[in-house]
Design a binder for this molecule. Structure first.
Ligand SMILES: O=C1O[C@H](COP(=O)(O)O)[C@@H](O)[C@H](O)[C@H]1O
Length: 466
């Protein structure tokens, strides 16, 4: 499967133009892209159910200027800019709009999954441009079965290499850096297995709370919002077999191999998962209300704001190693990292004193330069001390959304998710969702600004049994 040739001047149609995602992430991402590549051709069309045409031009201008896009480029984009008031779910309005466009067209669904699926249904049988690309925000569909059905539905519109399931974590420079680092260092590749690694923790703890996103988040929760998509993609990259080359098919095949082999720890959602919700607290100088008191939250839903799931990648390389996926909101510490804990040496020479700790490699996951920390034991002269070697790599010019959008506009699916990967990710967490719905796992509480509930620690033997 090869990517369509690079377009000279694609049209990007953003469905959900006045939504939070467009304002907060897509337009700034486009801004960084145009700031670094001001000659890049791009026609932008905003689409919304309401008539927001007047605000659209202002919004685009502001977001591009915030990213320091050169004035001439801003004016060029604005001169071409369009806004269309379209009810995506009514008759042929969307198909008529798309059918009238020329050249490479990217339809970006910045919409909730149910609306995206219904809007795609409206395109069935329509006369669509041959180089139509569909960019779909996460969460992709609503479960493994619905993801498989949605994949089939999409394939009736365009081939797989024109479907871009967006996961902006794949645009975080860390992930490509991670692949590069792991496979270009013999000292890492030799120890990248269950023999030498005791545990892998993939953590994305945020100090942000709900930030006015109840409409989406209260129906998603941390498990669907972060683990089903982003953190499982990170896991697939950390655990993958060595690629022969860096290209979309190769990496997606290798990610599929990992995800297909991934199971809940002990095959038991009650053992493998934890969930909790924040109560009122203070983060820095911000007072955060109880989650259930946030505007738009329905307390009866029992939405979790912190989720932890332990999985095992059941392959020869990884069986026996807990992979701990955890993400939450309103936490006191921002921990955004992949932490690899190595096993202890088999024998420590007698005569050495002090506390030997495990070697650890920590790679930051946050946007921006990648930080690497390697914790090792050193001795002075026979007393063991743990030392941390730190370095920073890269200064990404693009925001993660800019990185992902560049690939979509150029027709390269490398930094997006293939259909089978999305189905597998749902399959991995569905057992957890089921157990939570039946209240088999208690919804714990933690104060905003704290480190989360106690007792969630996982060791090399896996999570403690309840
Ligand atoms: O997709 C999402 O990601 C963000 C975290 O990513 P970041 O790049 O903004 O740090 C998360 O806050 C949000 O809830 C989730 O939908």
């Amino acid at each position: 499967m090869s990517a369509p040739s690079s377009p000279a001047h694609p049209t990007l149609v953003i469905l959900g133009a006045s939504g939070d995602l467009t304002q907060r992430l897509l337009l700034p991402g486009i801004g960084t892209l145009l700031a670094t590549q001001p000659e890049r051709g791009l026609t932008l069309i905003g689409v919304d159910r309401e008539d927001r045409g007047a605000e659209w031009a202002e919004l685009v201008r502001t977001r591009l200027e915030e990213q320091e896009v050169p004035a001439a480029t801003v004016e060029r984009v604005l001169a071409d800019l369009r806004f269309e008031q379209v009810d995506l779910l009514q008759g042929t309005q969307l198909a008529d709009l798309v059918g009238g466009l020329e050249g490479p067209v990217v339809l970006y669904f910045a919409l909730p999954p149910a609306v995206t699926m219904a809007a795609c249904e409206q395109l069935r049988g329509a006369d669509l441009p041959s180089d139509l690309r569909l960019a779909l925000e996460k969460p992709f569909a609503e479960g493994a079965e619905s993801a498989a059905e949605f994949n089939a539905q999409l394939l009736q519109l365009v081939p797989e290499n024109q479907i871009f399931r967006v996961d902006h974590f794949l645009g975080v420079a860390t992930l490509l850096n991670f692949i590069g680092m792991r496979f270009s260092n013999r000292i890492l590749e030799k120890v990248w297995n269950a023999e030498d690694i005791a545990m892998v923790e993939i953590t994305y703890d945020e100090d942000l709370a709900l930030e006015g996103r109840a409409g989406y988040y209260d129906t998603a929760g941390a498990l669907r919002d972060m683990l089903q998509s982003h953190l499982l993609q990170v896991l697939a990259i950390v655990a993958m077999e060595p690629p022969a080359r860096i290209d979309a098919d190769e990496l997606r095949d290798l990610k599929a191999h990992v995800l297909n082999a991934t199971r809940l720890w002990g095959d038991d959602p009650v053992v493998a998962s934890r969930r909790a919700r924040y109560t009122a607290g203070v983060i820095g100088d911000r007072e955060v209300p109880d989650y259930t008191a946030e505007e738009g939250v329905d307390p009866s839903r029992g939405t979790e704001t912190l989720a932890q799931v332990v999985v095992e990648v059941q392959t020869n390389r990884w069986t026996g190693v807990p992979f701990v996926l955890r993400s939450g909101k309103a936490l006191g510490e921002k921990a955004k990292e992949v932490r690899i804990t190595f096993r202890d040496v088999r024998h420590l020479p007698a005569g050495l004193t002090g506390q030997q700790g495990p070697d650890q490699l920590v790679v930051s996951l946050k946007p921006g330069p990648v930080e690497l920390h390697l914790t090792m034991n050193a001795t002075d002269p026979t007393r063991i001390e743990q030392k941390v070697l730190t370095t920073t790599v890269g200064e990404p010019e693009l925001l993660p959304y800019g990185e992902v959008l560049a690939g979509i506009l150029d027709g390269d699916p490398l930094l997006t998710v293939r259909g089978d990967n999305a189905v597998q990710s749902w399959r991995i967490i569905e057992q957890v969702l089921g157990a939570w719905e039946c209240d088999e796992v208690p919804l714990e509480e933690y104060a905003a600004g704290s480190a989360g509930p106690a007792g969630w620690d996982v060791g090399p033997e896996g999570p403690a049994r309840r």
